[in-house]
Design a protein around this ligand. Structure first.
Ligand SMILES: [Zn+2]
Ligand SMILES: [Zn+2]
Length: 279
């Protein structure tokens, strides 16, 4: 069993181009397994390629990030590359679907009066379309989801709750990553059988402390979200999976538990949720 599982890394980022193998081996030597997450089709394919290079400890997730969705009409599955995603997702190294979700943080401002379509509204509609196709894919392929959600938890929960009523027999739903919601929202995700994950950002006040403290031990996992969110912005430019221990220490402090205890628990949770890790 690994010591930790980094449930959300972006190893295909160009910033690792020159020394990716060293970065990966540094984590593996520490007993840290990695799920490298795609953000569009090309990036998902690279994620799978990277995972294939390592006989153990590196896995992939494939998805289309909401910020990559844009204003292009996604009504047609061909435009979305859904079949290609499906093909990629059947690779034994793929343990989840993600990034997928809703991100309303940086939408363009309404263009105002007149009959010009509201860009923001079009993007929101497209994000929801893509999300619903991936929810279907998740059920079809029995793969858990890595959900990305920013400033859209109400809508996300409504979509998932409708989906939940029609998806009987599905047992492993996934993780809402880099969780920004309230305790009330967290509880609704738990009722839908989702876990939530945090990075080391807890030290910089990036999350709601009450959520970190109240989340039941079996609902919590950890992630680096690398190359973003370096544990120490003044001395280290780029984050990487081998720093995940810092995140665990910070979360453990916030929860008032021992880091070792939290490490064992979050690893167990990751292996239970991302079932293909156990193969
Ligand atoms: Zn991500
Ligand atoms: Zn994300």
């Amino acid at each position: 069993m690994p010591k930790l599982v980094d449930t959300h890394a972006h190893l295909d980022a160009s910033i690792y181009e020159r020394d990716l193998d060293i970065v990966v081996r540094r984590a593996l030597q520490e007993g840290i397994w990695i799920v490298t997450v795609g953000t569009d089709y090309a990036s998902s394919r690279r994620a799978v390629e990277i995972a294939r290079r390592y006989p153990e400890g590196v896995f992939a997730a494939v998805g289309l990030h909401p910020l990559r969705v844009g204003t292009r009409d996604m009504a047609d599955d061909k435009l979305l590359d859904l079949e290609k995603f499906q093909e990629l997702a059947s690779d034994p190294k793929v343990v989840a679907l993600g990034d997928v979700g809703l991100d309303y943080h940086d939408l363009p401002a309404p263009v105002g009066r007149g009959d010009r379509p509201d860009l923001a509204e079009r993007i929101r509609t497209n994000q929801k379309k893509v999300l619903s196709r991936f929810l279907e894919l998740s059920r079809e392929l029995r793969l858990p989801l890595l959900l990305h959600c920013r400033e859209a938890h109400q809508e996300m929960l409504e979509i998932l709750e409708t989906w939940d009523r029609t998806s009987r027999g599905f047992d492993s739903r996934g993780i809402v990553h880099h969780f920004s919601g309230t305790w009330k929202e967290a509880r609704r995700y738990f009722n839908l059988d989702f876990l939530i994950s945090f990075t080391g950002l807890v030290a910089h006040g990036g999350y709601r402390l009450d959520v970190i403290r109240k989340t039941p031990p079996n609902r919590l996992v950890v992630e680096s979200e690398c190359p973003h969110l370096t544990p120490n912005p003044w001395s280290i430019r780029r984050n990487e999976p081998s720093y995940l221990g810092h995140a665990v220490e910070r979360l453990a402090t916030a929860r008032g538990v021992k880091p070792d205890e939290l490490a064992v628990q979050t690893t167990k949770n990751a292996l239970r949720t991302l079932r293909k890790l156990n193969r």
